[in-house]
Design a protein around this ligand. Structure first.
Ligand code: HEM
Length: 482
């Protein structure tokens, strides 16, 4: 087949074609003008996108995150653009704009995680969803973590503490973070499975969890022998174990307590599949574990470094202890509500450690905020830590000063547990377990930190260097030796 001959020149110059040609040009011109004015009015936030592809990732991960964010905040203001981990993003250090993203316009910003992390936890877990499915899960998870539910497990939480303390005492030195992880893991297991789990079942699950955590915090290299590959294998085994457990509980008609009991007990049209339940069980243990352990580790460090605060906490806890001993009982939920001094130390620890420095969302469409355009698909990072370190809301922010919480912080400036639809449903459990441990630790022991230094390491959350090695001494022994 031969090619078509070129059109004769006079055809191109005919008045009709010339009209079409100029009309098209004019149309394109108007459209492009409209487009550019749209962009002119909706400019991108100020900031630097860094190097091609790697953006500012290296700067963020090779310096103190406080320095990275505060430098840019000083240069560009409360909303600025950057480029990290291969994604263009907008960072936000204003409480009002963070509230818009997390609360008032949260439907325009979906949660976003790397796909390797979603695979590891389970794609049907609460963190990755929005809308109806998310609301249903949130209601169910929250109902298993209500004060009424926590109240009845305080006794078991206390038993975990009483079993762990002698073991810590016996060891010459303990790594606080590791031991706090053991504690928060056992508490998480009770809140998820109720108190029916056999000790060997608990140990088996713990080993798998440990493996998954290692892989979760490593490079997602799907190659033989890598932590990622091992974690994916452990994830499959854990999934099988959980599904067997779920099937057994369904067949026996004994749903048991904890979150699993709530999820299995759904009646009527709305039911969750076994894999939806398994993903959420794995997810909640994940969310509960390292977070609480990291905060506890910081709290021990701050109390150690501020003896006058430790004394004030001890006085408060001693009072509760003597009431307990008079009535011959363990600690109760109501006791944890009568610890204003200890609670303020906890509040300040949550602020100053800000273990979740920021969270990630993604714009589901072009969104205009504070006069700036956030294009669809861009990541949005509300910077919790930067807000917690703003001297506008927390004077002398670097100073550990629990008394600042004698007055409630300004709305939306204090977000250790997030804000809005995805805020933490486990905050009350986390606080209760921290207070129960501190009660026994401060009334029966003193601790010395081994090795100085104020360094920080990321594990994956910021924690004191080497996980804070300490030595515990039972107070009676110290008294006796004096
Ligand atoms: C001191 C300890 C804890 C801290 C600092 C903490 C912090 C947070 C934060 C900041 C978020 C919001 C993340 C976001 O907006 O993207 C969150 C979400 C979450 N947390 Fe916690 N958390 C802690 C303990 C716990 C515990 C003990 C549990 C469960 C027993 C838990 C379960 C969850 C769950 C399931 C979510 C996801 C909620 C959703 O997507 O709707 N957390 N946590």
């Amino acid at each position: 087949m031969s090619a078509l001959p070129p059109p004769p020149l006079h055809f191109l110059l005919s008045p009709f074609v010339a009209f079409l040609f100029f009309a098209t040009l004019l149309f394109n011109f108007i459209i492009s003008r409209r487009g550019s004015t749209k962009y002119m009015n909706r400019r991108l936030p100020p900031g630097s996108m860094g190097w091609p592809y790697i953006g500012e990732t290296l700067s963020l991960y090779t310096q103190n995150p406080n320095t990275f964010f505060s430098k840019r905040q000083t240069r560009y203001g409360k909303i600025f653009k950057s480029h990290i981990l291969g994604c263009p993003c907008v960072m936000i250090s204003s409480p009002e704009i963070a509230k818009t993203v997390l609360v008032t316009q949260s439907h325009l910003f979906k949660p976003t995680y790397p796909s390797s992390k979603q695979m590891m936890i389970g794609p049907q877990a609460i963190f990755f969803h929005q809308g109806q499915y998310h609301s249903l899960l949130k209601k169910l998870i929250q109902s298993s973590l209500l004060p009424s539910a926590i109240k009845s497990s305080i006794h078991e939480i206390e038993n975990i503490v009483l079993n762990l303390l002698p073991f810590w005492e016996k060891n010459n030195t303990i790594i606080t973070l590791d031991e706090m992880k053991k504690y928060s893991y056992e508490v998480a297991m009770i809140s998820v499975f109720g108190n029916k789990l056999e000790a060997n079942e608990m140990e088996g699950l713990k080993h798998l969890y440990h493996c998954i955590e290692k892989g979760y915090n490593s490079m997602p290299l799907d190659l033989p022998g890598t932590p990622f590959k091992k974690a994916m294998k452990a994830r499959m085994v854990l999934n099988d174990k959980l599904r067997k457990m779920i099937r057994k509980r369904r067949e026996n008609g004994e749903h048991g307590g904890g979150l699993l009991g709530v999820l299995l007990g759904l009646k009527g049209e709305i039911q969750l599949s076994d894999s939806q339940i398994a993903d959420n069980i794995i997810g909640v243990i994940f969310a509960a574990h390292d977070t609480t352990a990291s905060v506890l580790t910081w709290m021990l460090k701050y109390l150690h470094d501020h003896p006058h605060l430790l004394d004030a906490v001890k006085i408060e806890q001693e009072e509760i202890r003597s009431t307990r001993l008079e009535t011959n009982r363990g600690i109760t939920w109501d006791d944890t509500r009568r610890m204003p001094v200890t609670c303020r130390v906890l509040q300040e620890t949550l602020r100053i450690s800000s273990i979740l420095s920021f969270t990630f969302r993604e714009a589901v469409e072009d969104v205009e905020i504070d006069g700036y355009l956030i294009p669809r698909g861009w990541k949005v990072l509300p910077l919790f830590r930067t807000i917690h370190y703003s001297s506008d809301f927390f004077p002398n922010p670097d100073q550990f000063n629990p008394s600042r919480f004698e007055v409630a912080p300004r709305a939306n400036t204090y977000m250790p547990f997030g804000n809005g639809a995805h805020s933490c449903p486990g905050s009350e459990l986390a606080k209760a377990e921290i207070l129960v441990l501190l009660h026994h630790l401060t009334t029966s022991f003193r601790w010395e930190v081994i090795g100085g230094g104020d360094g920080i390491q990321y594990d994956p959350f910021p924690v004191p260097k080497q996980g804070l090695p300490i030595r515990l001494h039972r107070l009676n022994d110290v008294d006796a030796s004096n």
